[in-house]
Design a binder for this molecule. Structure first.
Ligand code: GLY
Ligand code: MN
Ligand code: MN
Length: 388
């Protein structure tokens, strides 16, 4: 439910239509937008009240002999209403809700698909500007993305990552430069959109092949793209997502070796943590009402995968991202240089690629019911952007 109104409450009693208690703020300073009731209005009994707090206190008093739980972030309010600590966000209830959120309904998938179509309009516009305009700045590309997707900055599901050149090595680069960098003609755009509260999360990386070092970096982009597609094709119902993350490290190792970035064997590159210096983040995460959605991190990842946000067993109706990357991050390359594996690296090649920052390719996938034949996943991002 995409309800942009503060101080509302949803009262859920088993067997009854859920009641949505809403408070109309009549302030003449501000006005909250009207929600889109179309798809959920019928499922709730909407009650407008001058004082939601009072109504809730009465509800709680009436229910006090039964079991009551408070699910929200505002613990102070819960205490004011007389909820004991054990009844505020009880782990059993919140865990069950979170697990429910990992499996998307057809309605939710339709929203996620539309969020991808909306993001695709921005990605296309920014890619064209990067290709055709003379030295566009990060700020210019960011504003262009907002305009093409009809989103205000605060409405995007996460702050757009618009990184030119070496800034792509900053995984969450959100301080947009006002000028184009002079070296490293590359662009990493990680930007999504929202549809009825559901997020898309999409990354593409581009390079100007004609610029110095551009050909090698474009080759690396093409290899990363093929790796990402191979990983999407490896998704299987019943496979732990962490296995895919491990496979991604094997694929990064192959690329590092084939490009001549390191002379070590693929097995050594993984075993000696070299791939983790180039691909330091997780392969992906559950996606839904939150960009990093809840419920798929039921257990901690293995210690060597500290940033992995999805340790679930892949199941039909899950929606998650697949977003491998290869980066040239000064701090991590410094560690690599100082390690016993340092001499295996072709530092001249690394230094030629460093001004381009890094690469990430990110798609949003829905896991389908296994049918024996036919596709295992639906790729909402490629559908929206056009194949490839
Ligand atoms: N845009 C944040 C992420 O890809 O997880
Ligand atoms: Mn993501
Ligand atoms: Mn992203």
């Amino acid at each position: 439910v995409d309800l942009p109104w503060p101080d509302c409450a949803l009262v859920i009693v088993p067997g009854a239509v859920p009641r949505l208690l809403v408070h109309r703020d009549l302030s003449f300073w501000e006005r909250v937008p009207e929600p889109d009731w179309e798809h959920f209005g019928d499922h709730f009994h909407v009650i407008e009240l001058a004082d939601v707090e009072e109504a809730l206190k009465r509800e709680i008093a009436a229910a006090a002999r039964g079991r009551v739980a408070f699910v929200a972030e505002d613990r102070r309010r819960a205490a004011a209403w007389g909820f004991g600590d054990g009844d505020v966000n009880p782990a059993g209830l919140v865990g069950a809700l979170d697990r429910l959120r990992t499996l998307k309904t057809l309605y939710e998938v339709a929203c996620l698909a539309e969020a991808n179509r909306r993001a695709a309009r921005g990605h296309r516009a920014v890619a064209a500007a990067f290709q055709n305009e003379e030295a566009p700045s990060e700020l210019h590309l960011h504003l262009l993305y907002l305009s093409a997707t009809l989103q205000d900055d605060v409405e995007t599901p996460y702050k757009n990552i618009v990184a030119l050149g070496g800034n792509a090595a900053i995984l969450h680069h959100v301080h947009y430069g006002r000028e184009a960098p002079r070296v490293g003609r590359s662009l990493l755009l990680d930007a999504g959109a929202v549809c009825r509260g559901y997020a898309s999360d999409v990354t593409r990386t581009y390079a100007d092949e004609g610029s110095p070092g551009g050909r090698a970096f474009a080759d690396l982009i093409a290899r990363t793209e093929r790796m990402q597609q191979a990983l999407c094709a490896r998704v299987r119902v019943g496979t732990p997502y962490e296995d895919l993350h491990d496979e991604a490290h094997g694929m990064v190792a192959k690329i590092l070796r084939e490009m001549g970035i390191s002379s070590l064997s693929e097995d050594e590159l993984v075993a000696r943590n070299v791939t983790r210096k180039f691909f330091p983040h997780g392969l992906g995460h559950s996606l839904g009402l939150q960009t990093h959605d809840v419920g798929c991190l039921a257990k901690a990842p293995r210690p060597e995968n500290p940033w992995l946000r999805n340790t679930s067993v892949i199941a039909p109706a899950q929606v998650f991202t697949i977003e491998p990357g290869i980066y040239f991050i000064d701090a991590l390359l410094g560690e690599l240089g100082a390690s016993p594996q340092g001499p295996s690296i072709d530092w001249k090649l690394v230094d030629a690629l460093r001004p381009f920052g890094g690469i990430r390719i990110e798609d949003d996938l829905v896991v389908l019911e296994p049918s024996g034949r036919g596709p295992v996943v639906r790729n909402l991002t490629r559908e929206a952007l056009g194949a490839k």
